[in-house]
Structures are given as C-alpha cells and as structure tokens.
Ligand binder design. Structure first.
Ligand SMILES: Cc1cc2nc3c(=O)[nH]c(=O)nc-3n(C[C@H](O)[C@H](O)[C@H](O)COP(=O)(O)OP(=O)(O)OC[C@H]3O[C@@H](n4cnc5c(N)ncnc54)[C@H](O)[C@@H]3O)c2cc1C
Length: 450
C-alpha cells in the first residue's frame, strides 16, 4: 500500500519538518538565515513549548530551536512514564505545585484542541501498611492545599471497586490524573512553532557561546545579534537572546556560557519492567505507592500506556552516563565529572543503603517483583519482562541536596545578561510544559524587554 500523503495524517502524528540550514549559510555572515532574535537550546518538551509560546506571542520576531540530535524530543521527553500528574505531591506554593496544577489543565485542553489521544484513567496512591496512613493523609491535605481537583480518600472496598486486583488499607484517589504520549505532544508543539515561522535546526550541538567582539555580519546588524552560538561542526548562528533548556546537559550549557555550573545535574536512570500482554488486565489505572518523603522520586508504580501495555517502575539508580539508557552504559567524562563533585559524594554517603538497595533491585527481577506484590499479589516474575529506561536530569547542590523545585535563572557577565537557563526541570515538567512555557515567556519579555 502506498504511504498516506503527509497531509492526510492527523497533525500530531506527522513527523515535524525539520529545517537544516545549509552549512555554507552558517557563520558566513551572508544572509538573514543565521540570525535570530531568540534561540532556544534543546528540543525537548520544555524547549519546544517555550519556543512555541514566544513565537506565537511575538510574530514579528525570529526564533530558532537548536537541537543536537537528528530527531526531536528523544531524551527525557521521549523516555518517561507518560503520566499527566495532577499536582498532589509538591510543596504548596512551590513552582512545581503551581505549574503542575495549571499545566495539567492546559495539557488536556491542548490535546483536545489538537486531537492528541490521552486517557483520564485516574490514579490511586495506595497505603498497604498502617504506618503509611498518616503520610497518605498528609498527602491528601497537601493535594487540597494545591487545589487538585476531585481528590478523596477511599477504603479497601472502594480500592477494589476501582482496581479489583489491588490490595490496600486506604488510598488517595485522583480521578483527573491521566496518560499521554509526551513525545507526540512535543512534536505537536514543534509543528505549531514552525507553522508560526520558527526555525528548528537539528544536528546542531551547541559547543560554544560567545559575545561577538566584532560585527560578524556587517556593522549595522552586527551588534543587533551579539551572541554567537557555535556548534560541534564549527557552524554558527547569531542571536540577541538565548534560552537554555538542555535537560541532562543544562549545567554544561551554563558553564560554556560563562555562567555557574551549579547546581550540577546528576543523571538518575529509571528502568521499567513491562507486564506481559496477557496480564495487563491486572491494572486499570495508575497505581502508586505512598512516596518516601526523603526522595523526590515517586516510587515504583504501575502505569498503563496509550498503546494498551502496562509499565512497571521506574526505579532510580545513579547512571554513569548522561543519556545512557542501558545498564552497562558508561561515559568516562560523565563519570569523572560526577565523581569530582563533592555534592555527589555527600548524596551517596547519606543515602548509601537506599542506593545499594536500588542497585540490587535493578539486578534482580525477583526483588522488584516483591515491591509490586505489595500492591498486586498476583504478579509473578513470569508475568514481567525487562522494558525500556529513561534518565532523569536531577539538579544537585554542593551540599548533596537534590534540588526539589523547578529552577530557572539568568547568569552573570555579558552573556549572562542575555541568557535564561532552565536549570532543573524534572518530573512533572512534561505535565507542566505549557505552564512553564508561559512563565518562561513572561520572564524573557520582562528580562530582555522583548
Ligand atoms: C524515567 C522518567 C519518567 C518521567 N515521568 C514523567 C511523567 O510521568 N510525567 C511528567 O510530567 N514528567 C515525567 N518525567 C519528567 C519529564 O520527562 C521531564 O521533566 C521533561 O521531559 C524535561 O523536558 P526537557 O525539555 O527539559 O528535557 P529533555 O527532554 O531531556 O530535552 C533536552 C534537549 O536538549 C538537547 N540538548 C542537550 N544539550 C544540547 C546541546 N549542547 N546542544 C543542543 N541540544 C542539546 C537534548 O538532546 C534534548 O533533546 C519523567 C522523566 C523520566 C526520565
């Protein structure tokens, strides 16, 4: 059968057109194609949402997204649980709480508008031990403070009415939690951005950011675009302002722009297991444990996917390579970089036994299954397969504390005054992406007088 013409595909399923500037036009100072009012580094869901928002607000300005990969949204934004979080967990008043609650509403609205499929399958946070109940009740209070819709505490019978195979003493029921394919959402943002006149440059790994000492494109225009951004092939674009949304490399981007390398990014890999198709009937919606308050991760959970499969996990183990998705992936520079940072040692020593436990469970399926059986006793080792993995970009401060909230900041010096860094955008940043984009656009307008 002949392939469908691209125009007949639903918009969100079409691969976004990516524009490759011919290299001879880059860095030659000849034409307008390598100058932009604002360039965004990173075509993950946060960079694309922010570029889209700015481009829609300012049709007379020129925007570019610079992405090192050949495809868009292939790192965190393409390797995640796909949950549209409702905003329960986060400290009241924090950016995470505010932007998640706002972002989940915007996400549903956007998917409706673009015809992107999602399921509002709900979520139960389940207490299986008496000692978890006070923490579950505290979560409920927190969710109410964050103005999460539809929350209620339910008992054993009500748990079984919703999830017949799940056992539990009490659960927090969040009916507006949903699932979606975030890569599809990110690609739709890219399409909006390009339709509004934005340029996406893939295969453009930013390696160097400098203020132009001299005009690169003639005296008049030269100082209009004073920031020179060079890639690994030596090609350049010039811009007035820069926004860095580089996920696992956000600290490195900050460093090469002359801004602070801290907080540093620590990569935490999350391995998933997958339920065999014949066992997917065991799970209807999202089933989560009561989280351990010492960690920002939400615990090993059951998550239905848009394709009908069910993923279990992810765990959280220190990764020896940023963007390393396999157990044995190792990068010497990433390893040296991480181990030379005192914050990492403090974190490791403080959480040594937890970290070793996670490593042990990552190696032995039976240990992970034990965790799952606390909720669904029917699950056995024979019902699961090893699945994909994602790597979280988690910011870590010098004292070994994981940075909890989203962090957006500028920098110092000439370039620092022209750049905004997204320093920490872990989960639920995919849920919150449209709300984050609005906040970034407001900040950029204010800071850079757009
Ligand atoms: C295992 C896992 C599960 C998660 N589950 C959920 C969930 O259920 N719900 C939720 O809301 N969130 C979830 N998240 C979090 C969410 O996926 C991320 O917060 C979000 O995707 C971050 O988007 P981003 O654009 O900041 O980063 P990314 O998607 O990582 O994008 C950064 C981009 O920058 C590019 N880049 C880096 N350096 C350079 C450079 N030098 N030059 C050019 N480009 C560069 C990268 O190639 C990449 O494309 C999860 C994350 C993980 C890892």
């Amino acid at each position: 059968m002949a392939p469908l013409p691209a125009l007949l595909l639903p918009q969100a399923l079409r691969a976004p057109r990516t524009f490759f500037l011919p290299s001879r036009r880059l860095g030659t100072g000849e034409g307008p194609t390598n100058t932009f009012d604002v360039a965004v580094v990173g075509a993950g869901i946060v960079g694309l949402a922010s570029a889209r928002e700015l481009c829609l607000r300012h049709p007379s300005l020129t925007f570019a997204v610079l992405e090192k990969e050949k495809e868009l949204a292939v790192h965190q934004s393409g390797h995640n649980s796909g949950v549209i979080h409702s905003g329960i967990y986060y400290t009241p008043g924090s950016l995470k709480a505010k932007l998640c609650v706002e972002g989940s509403l915007l996400c549903y609205e956007y998917c409706d508008k673009k015809g992107i499929p999602y399921k509002q399958c709900g979520k139960l946070i389940v207490a299986v031990e008496q000692e978890e109940i006070p923490r579950l009740k505290a979560l409920y209070e927190r969710g109410l403070q964050n103005k999460v819709r539809g929350l209620k505490l339910i008992n054993t019978k009500e748990i079984q009415a919703k999830e017949p195979y799940c056992r539990g003493l009490m659960a927090l029921d969040s009916p507006y939690t949903g699932i979606v394919n975030y890569r599809q959402v990110a690609l739709a943002y890219a399409e909006d951005f390009q339709a509004a006149g934005g340029t996406v440059l893939t295969d453009f790994e930013v390696k160097d950011i400098q203020m132009n000492k001299e005009s690169p494109i003639g005296s008049e225009e030269g100082m209009k675009y004073p920031v020179a951004v060079r890639n690994s092939k030596g090609e350049e674009i010039h811009c007035r302002h820069l926004i860095s949304c580089a996920g696992l490399y956000s600290d490195r981007l900050s460093q090469i722009s002359g801004c602070s390398p801290e907080p540093r990014i620590v990569p935490f890999r999350g391995d998933y297991l997958v339920l065999k198709p014949e066992k997917c009937y065991l799970v209807r919606g999202n089933i989560y444990p009561v989280p351990d308050p010492r960690f920002p991760f939400l615990g090993f959970h059951f998550t239905p996917r848009m394709d009908g499969s069910v993923w279990l996990g992810p765990n959280a183990v220190l990764a020896f390579k940023r963007e390393g998705y396999k157990f044995y992936d190792f990068s010497v520079p990433d390893f040296i970089d991480a181990t030379a940072y005192s914050g990492l040692w403090k974190l490791v020593l403080r959480n040594f036994s937890y970290g070793m436990g996670e490593m042990y469970r990552a190696c032995f399926l039976s240990a992970q299954v034990k965790q799952l059986q606390r909720f669904i006793p029917e699950v056995t080792v024979n019902d699961i397969l090893r699945g994909p993995a994602g790597v979280r970009a988690q910011a870590l401060d010098r004292d070994g504390n994981l940075v909890d909230d989203f962090v957006f900041d500028g920098g110092s010096g000439d370039i620092g005054a022209r750049i905004l860094h997204v320093r920490n955008a872990p989960s639920p940043a995919a849920t919150s992406s449209l709300a984050i984009a609005k906040m970034i656009a407001d900040e950029v307008e204010h800071r850079f007088h757009l």
